[in-house]
Ligand binder design. Structure first.
Ligand code: 6BB
Length: 636
């Protein structure tokens, strides 16, 4: 393990599992130690990047100058001799792409909510002189409040003479590329983005692409003709808007300015799309500056000056994460530096005093709330959340837990009338050590006997590597996780024939918790537990989520066996890790073209067994067809 390259990042973050790989980047979940906030860290290997290194620099420069409610925020950049780490906003809802396919397609109303946010982000990007040039649902992530965040600025451009100047590089995904771009003509970046947004809107409303084919040249021909199928469920107003965006002649295409107040975007709204940033970097939040100045024992003025340097170092990250905490109604407080292992004794004593003084009593403000708690105290938003134990850090600061009776979209919506204030005079539990093992603590789960018998002759055993107890979940240590695993090569799948079955529609589990249940949760959370999850060796218990398909079966081993049988039939290689099948496909030349996980899980709040799917690498629409084919072939 190239420890030196991870040393710097481990000073400030606790690393969790990898959630995506692609190109030369890997994305890991992590937690910022000082604020306790969750983040996503994009890790790139400089050597592997080679000629693409300038693209990363362009992406970093662009993201440094962009700060907007619908753009994935860059917090911190760390460059070591071998790696580049980009610390980014955490978006537990994953990709918009997965959300669309989990629902087949979106209703016009839901598509409008998302599309307004996309228009807002793009209008802002263009106002800053940039064109994104790689707009697609894989680059739009969903945050914990179900809002979209635009990401991946690796292909963006800022023409020197302004956005009206022509660009020449043909980039982005073929299916979303504008006709003038694939013709190799000079083109205007903003006009090309509008075309991609048209393709995106079509994908939202239809659940498939307007110009699609297995052959890229055929895709290009279809784009050049500009003819697409109009499904019968599209309303006349949706059809008209798509027509205005998908104009082959860029000069006939609608502009962003006109989109902002377009009748389709205005249906059900009284205001045009707000594209200005709610978080301009030029304006500093008073509370966040105060917290940082107390923490660093500096005047607010010098603190403001330091923050305003925007170096995208620990200072920028801490300020931006505090701001994000505040925006979600959480405490604007930093954790003790002892947790990061870098504080002096006097600093510690001072901070301990400050910490305990105003927070001697934990205030619990209980407002019945079904879906989310801004303080992160109880309901976990996704399977990833289950990996991070919030109680470790949220309790080091005064706690205000909100449990509202209606899903609140913003904190103004919270029904404060029904709030009950309870004061509990008890001591705060000691926070845990920051560099404790995280996801790797998970014990490899036993392979169910039935599944073991199947295809045993084809297994390749990977020797477990013993890891140091305090190592982070880095690249090099991943092998250690593969304890009880098996590899399997199997037979044929013709993707072209893959049947596109309709995936089951999922409803997000809505929990209407009572006040008592809220209290139970709080008590459970405040009770120090030794283990993060029971090590029964069984499947994980996960919340119903758009990436989870429910089965009719109650036996997880049976579901696992059924998937394994289908994978074998469809020429999908896999490695079994407990109840997770790490799947991959290869091209004729042996190159890995796609990687995804299929995990058998128990669904919380029911006896049902589910299958969680997650794409890690590869083309999203090919993945959609393949996974739909696998799941519809499973007799589950
Ligand atoms: C990011 C993220 C931010 O992810 C594979 C590629 C931020 C991802 C996230 C998530 C699921 C659960 C929890 C957090 C900036 N650039 C890329 C990012 C790329 C991966 C998305 C998922 N598919 N939060 N999360 F996606």
């Amino acid at each position: 393990m190239a420890t030196d390259n991870y040393e710097e990042i481990l000073k400030y973050y606790k690393l969790y599992e990898t959630i995506g790989t692609g190109g030369f980047a890997k994305v890991k979940l992590a937690q910022h130690l000082l604020t306790g906030e969750k983040v996503a860290i994009k890790i790139m290997d400089k050597l592997a990047l080679g000629d693409d290194l300038p693209r990363v620099k362009i992406e970093i420069d662009a993201m440094k100058s962009l700060s907007h409610q619908h753009i994935c925020q860059l917090y911190h950049v760390i460059e070591t001799s071998k790696k580049i780490f980009m610390v980014l906003e955490y978006c537990p809802g994953g990709e918009l792409f997965d959300y669309i396919i989990s629902k087949d397609r979106l209703s016009e109303e839901e598509a409008r909510v998302f599309f307004r946010q996309i228009v807002s982000a793009i209008a802002y990007v263009h106002s800053q002189g940039y064109a994104h040039r790689d707009l697609k649902p894989e680059n739009l992530l969903i945050d914990d409040e179900h809002n979209l965040k635009l990401t991946d600025f690796g292909l963006c451009a800022k023409p020197k003479g302004g956005l009206d100047y022509h660009l020449n590089t043909c980039c982005g995904s073929p299916a979303y590329a504008a006709p003038e771009l694939i013709q190799g003509k000079a083109y205007i970046g903003s006009e090309a983005d509008i075309w991609s947004m048209g393709v995106l809107l079509y994908a939202l409303l239809c659940g498939f692409l307007p110009f699609d084919d297995d052959n890229v040249m055929a895709v290009y021909r279809k784009i050049m003709r500009g003819k697409y199928y109009v499904p019968k469920w599209l309303s006349p107003s949706s059809t008209l808007l798509l027509h205005q965006m998908l104009q082959v002649d860029p000069k006939k295409r609608i502009t962003v300015k006109h989109l902002l107040s377009h009748p389709w975007l205005m249906q059900g709204y009284s205001d045009a799309v707000q594209w200005q940033s709610k978080y301009p970097l030029g304006h500093l939040d008073e509370d966040c500056v105060t917290e940082l100045s107390v923490f660093h024992k500096q005047s607010k003025e010098s603190m403001s000056a330091l923050i305003s340097e925007w170096k995208y170092d620990q200072m920028s990250a801490t300020y931006l994460l505090l701001q994000s905490k505040k925006a979600r109604g959480k405490c604007v407080r930093l954790r003790l530096p002892s947790l990061t292992g870098h504080a002096s004794t006097t600093q510690l004593a001072d901070l301990e005093k400050r910490r305990t003084e105003p927070c001697r009593r934990i205030q619990l403000l209980l407002i019945p709330c079904p879906d989310c708690e801004p303080c992160g105290l109880s309901v976990k938003h996704s399977e990833h959340d289950a990996e991070m134990d919030d109680t470790e850090f949220t309790l080091s600061t005064p706690v205000t837990m909100k449990v509202a009776s209606k899903k609140h979209e913003n904190k103004e919506n919270v029904d404060t009338e029904s709030a009950v204030k309870i004061e509990m005079p008890f001591a705060l539990p000691a926070p845990k050590t920051p560099f404790a093992k995280s996801v790797n603590e998970k014990q490899a789960q036993p392979i169910p006997c039935q599944a073991l018998v199947l295809k045993e002759s084809q297994f390749t055993t990977v020797t477990p590597v013993k890891k140091p107890t305090n190592s982070a979940n880095t690249d090099e240590s991943t092998a250690a996780e593969i304890l009880s695993e098996r590899r399997c090569h199997s037979v044929e799948l013709d993707l072209n024939l893959a049947h596109v079955g309709s995936s089951q529609k999922k409803r997000k589990a809505k929990m209407f918790g009572s006040l008592e249940r809220g209290l139970d949760k709080v008590i459970a959370m405040l009770t120090p537990s030794k283990k993060k999850r029971p090590s029964t060796g069984g499947p994980r218990k996960l919340k119903a989520h758009c990436n989870v398909t429910t089965t009719q079966l109650l036996n997880p081993d049976q579901v696992l066996n059924e998937i394994i049988t289908v994978l074998s039939m469809k020429n999908v290689e896999y490695i079994q890790k407990g109840y997770t099948l790490k799947c991959q496909t290869r091209s004729d030349f042996g190159k890995v073209t796609m990687e995804f996980d299929l995990e058998v899980c128990h669904l919380s709040k029911s006896e049902a067994v589910g299958i969680r799917r997650q794409r890690l690498k590869g083309d999203a629409w090919v993945y959609k067809r393949l996974v739909e084919d696998i799941l519809s072939s499973c007799k589950v």
